[in-house]
Design a protein around this ligand. Structure first.
Ligand code: FRU
Length: 480
């Protein structure tokens, strides 16, 4: 939603209790609130931030502007979880209250160091002429979740980047801390800066160089770069805005992509032996994906189910955006798989054989089997006429199409109303489909291909229909 700058950058302390209550009441009128996904209590949620393990729990913050469905003065909102499925919002926030983050506490990462959590993020600062000076800054969170900001700027804007320099990710490689930061050069090309913590002191960073990951610079900016190690291989996850479609076919306003590498050479600032660039997700929205390696070596990711510069049907209820399920990464036959963590099955309350339904609660999981060389069209959120979210799975051709043109309220139609991906032709396939009122996450072959999407059904769209073909499997009611 477009709101004037004065509204979006109004100091938090100026908002009255009456105004805040009104916003909350408006959110309460939405027919589309999710039940087992993180959504903002009010206002806008965007990137996952500070995803980490600390104090015996998983920590996950998110970018937020709490006063409406717009990108305003950003803060971080904190949640914690023991099982990566049930998250509790604690009320702890990283506020834009310092001279180094006066115009927003932008995205970043976190890592436990000693008995504290080190938070590494971008302070968005603008001067009186609205010229931006991005500052990479830090904070320490203690075990009582009290946050203390570090006063000095940890990494200043280098001379070879424009005002677009943000989203530091700290990671540990063989006991040494490194950081990567998304950047734009003066030719308006996206790239990634690579830093090393001097003597492993995270308050003291030195530039190693520009990260060599085989980028072409066809994008104008790289947001939210992350390196995670999956089954021993470095994987770079990143959001190359404006990427040339000749380089990678994508339909969303901005893509979220990855490359798998054979090796990492920090001395040379190089990721070595990379695959071509690949879409991380084939759905209508998944962005700013953040990953980290857990102390026990797993690679976990979580995505923003939303996109920058897109208006959503929930905007009229003063909120926007959700977090995806937490997914674990693995590599099989050279391919990256992403699938919800094991504990997701704890949401299953009742199970039955899959069949058509006229009415559901729209909070369920389907686990489906598609035979080889068959064509099936399934309609989720189906109404009496059979209109809803259409999913066509053609295992003969190895093609999947997700079409939301008849599923409730339409938006972002300039970017098309269907999405597709390929599977191996002539092979049977499985799909696990997680439906949560206005969110759908579909995992083919246990995470080989993923579609993450919003859909805003009308009140009558609660059914499941098999429009053609044949499919078997299970239906599970899910309860948070
Ligand atoms: C990505 C992003 C980041 C930035 C943040 C601001 O969605 O633009 O690059 O740090 O959002 O909220």
């Amino acid at each position: 939603m477009n709101l004037p700058t004065e509204v979006r950058y109004r100091p938090y302390t100026d908002w009255t209790d009456g105004e805040k209550t009104k916003i909350k009441e408006n959110v309460g009128k939405s027919p589309w609130r999710a039940s087992y996904h993180i959504e903002p209590e009010t206002g806008l949620l965007n990137d996952p931030n500070g995803f980490s393990y600390f104090n015996g729990k998983f920590q996950l913050f998110y970018q937020s502007w709490p006063f409406g469905a717009a990108h305003g003065l950003k803060q971080w909102v904190h949640t914690e979880s023991e099982d990566l499925v049930h998250f509790t919002e604690t009320g702890v926030k990283l506020l834009p209250d310092h001279e180094n983050d006066s115009h927003g506490a932008y995205s970043g990462s976190a890592y436990q160091i000693g008995d504290k959590l080190f938070i590494f993020y971008t302070g968005n600062v603008r001067d009186e002429n609205w010229i931006r000076d991005p500052r990479q800054i830090g904070a320490w969170m203690d075990k009582n979740y009290k946050i203390k900001k570090i006063d000095k700027v940890l990494i200043k804007k280098p001379t070879d980047v424009t005002e677009h320099f943000r989203d530091p990710q700290i990671f540990d490689y063989k006991g040494q801390f490194y950081a990567i930061i998304g950047a734009q050069n003066h030719n308006k090309q996206g790239f990634i800066k690579f830093y090393k913590a001097v003597d492993n002191d995270v308050e003291n960073w030195v530039e190693v160089g520009d990260l060599d990951f085989g980028g072409t610079g066809s994008e104008y900016m790289i947001e939210c770069p992350n390196i995670v190690f999956v089954d021993g291989k470095p994987v770079l996850l990143y959001c190359p805005q404006g990427l040339d479609k000749a380089e990678l076919d994508y339909n969303n306003i901005y893509p979220n992509t990855y490359k798998i590498f054979q090796d990492f050479d920090p001395e040379k600032a190089a990721l070595v032996g990379g695959t071509p660039i690949i879409n991380l997700d084939y759905g209508f929205e998944a962005y700013a994906t953040q990953g980290f390696n857990t102390p026990d070596g797993r690679a976990l990711i979580v995505s923003w189910i939303g996109l920058p510069d897109v208006d959503y049907p929930t905007d009229k209820y003063d909120y926007q955006g959700a977090m995806s399920l937490v997914k674990e990464l693995s590599i099989k036959d050279g391919k990256l798989y992403q699938y919800p963590v094991e504990a997701i099955t704890s949401l299953r309350t009742r199970q039955e054989d899959f069949s058509e339904k006229t009415a559901t609660t729209n909070t369920y999981e389907l686990e489906l089997n598609f035979q080889a060389n068959t064509q099936t069209e399934l309609v989720l959120f189906a109404d009496q006429e059979g209109n809803g979210l259409s999913l066509t799975v053609d295992t003969a051709k190895g093609k999947v199409i997700l079409d939301r043109s008849k599923a409730g309220e339409q938006y972002a139609t300039d970017f098309g109303t269907s999405r597709e991906c390929t599977l191996d032709a002539g092979q049977a396939a499985t799909a696990n489909i997680f439906v949560d009122n206005s969110i759908v996450e579909i995992f083919f072959n246990k995470g080989e291909k993923v579609f993450t999407s919003r859909v805003f059904p009308s009140a009558e769209q609660t059914g499941i229909k098999v429009a053609s073909g044949n499919v078997s499997g299970h239906y599970f009611d899910l309860k948070y």
